[in-house]
Design a protein around this ligand. Structure first.
Ligand code: PRP
Length: 184
C-alpha cells in the first residue's frame, strides 16, 4: 500500500521543511546564545518527534533534550477541553533551565497553554514554545507560540510526524489527506 496515494496535495515539501527547520534553529541559536541557563528542548510525543530530530541537529548551541506525553480530552467541545499528563518531566534543577517546548501543530491551543503554565509552576527559569505548524483559525484559547514554522489553513494534514489513526507519520513532507480516507 502506498501512503502517498492517500494524499490530496503536498502542503509543505521536504525541501521547504528543511529550510524552515534551519531558519528556526538559527533564531533559537541567536536568542539563547550566552543565556547562562541550560536550554532544554522538550518534545511532546508523539507528533513532534520528526521535527524535534531535525531541529536538534541544526541547533549549534548546547542543548539537552527530553520528552513529555499528554492526552487531550474533549478537544471537539469548546468548554470541556483538559489535558492529562501521561509522561511527566522529572528533574530537580528546573530553576536553571530554559525550556523550549517542541510541538508539531497547534490547533485549539489547549495543550500548549496548559503545558506552559504547568512547566512554569514546576519552577522552570523560562518556558517558550516552538511549533512547526500553526492553525490560528482553530484557536479555542488565546495562545501565541514563540517560534512558528508555518501558519496553515484548517485542512487535515499528515506526515512529518503528524498522523491520521496513527498512520502517515513517516511521510517526509506535510500533505493534505484525501477526505475519502477519513470519511470512509
Ligand atoms: C496534537 C499535537 C498537539 C495537540 C495540539 O497531538 O501534537 O500536542 O494535538 O492540539 P491543541 O492545540 O488542540 O491542544 P495529538 O493529541 O494528536 O497526539 P500525537 O502528537 O501523539 O499525534
Amino acid at each position: 500500500m502506498d501512503l502517498n496515494s492517500d494524499v490530496e496535495k503536498v502542503l509543505i515539501s521536504e525541501n521547504r521543511l528543511a529550510e524552515t527547520v534551519r531558519r528556526i534553529a538559527q533564531e533559537i541559536d541567536r536568542d539563547y546564545a550566552g543565556s547562562g541557563y541550560k536550554l532544554l528542548l522538550l518534545g511532546i510525543l508523539k507528533g513532534s518527534v520528526v521535527f524535534m530530530g531535525d531541529l536538534m541537529k541544526q541547533i549549534k548551541i548546547p542543548v539537552e533534550i527530553d520528552f513529555m506525553k499528554v492526552s487531550s480530552y474533549g478537544r471537539s467541545t469548546v468548554s470541556s477541553g483538559s489535558v492529562n499528563i501521561l509522561l511527566d518531566l522529572y528533574r530537580k534543577d528546573l530553576a536553571q533551565v530554559d525550556i523550549l517546548v517542541v510541538e508539531d501543530i497547534i490547533d485549539s491551543g489547549r495543550t500548549l497553554s496548559y503545558l506552559c503554565e504547568y512547566l512554569k509552576l514546576k519552577g522552570a527559569h523560562s518556558v517558550k514554545t516552538v511549533t512547526l505548524l500553526d492553525k490560528p483559525s482553530r484557536r479555542e484559547v488565546e495562545f501565541t507560540p514563540d517560534y512558528v514554522g508555518a501558519e496553515i489553513p484548517d485542512e487535515f494534514v499528515v506526515g512529518y510526524g503528524l498522523d491520521y489513526a496513527e498512520q502517515y507519520r513517516t511521510l517526509p513532507y506535510v500533505g493534505v489527506l484525501k477526505p475519502e480516507v477519513y470519511n470512509a
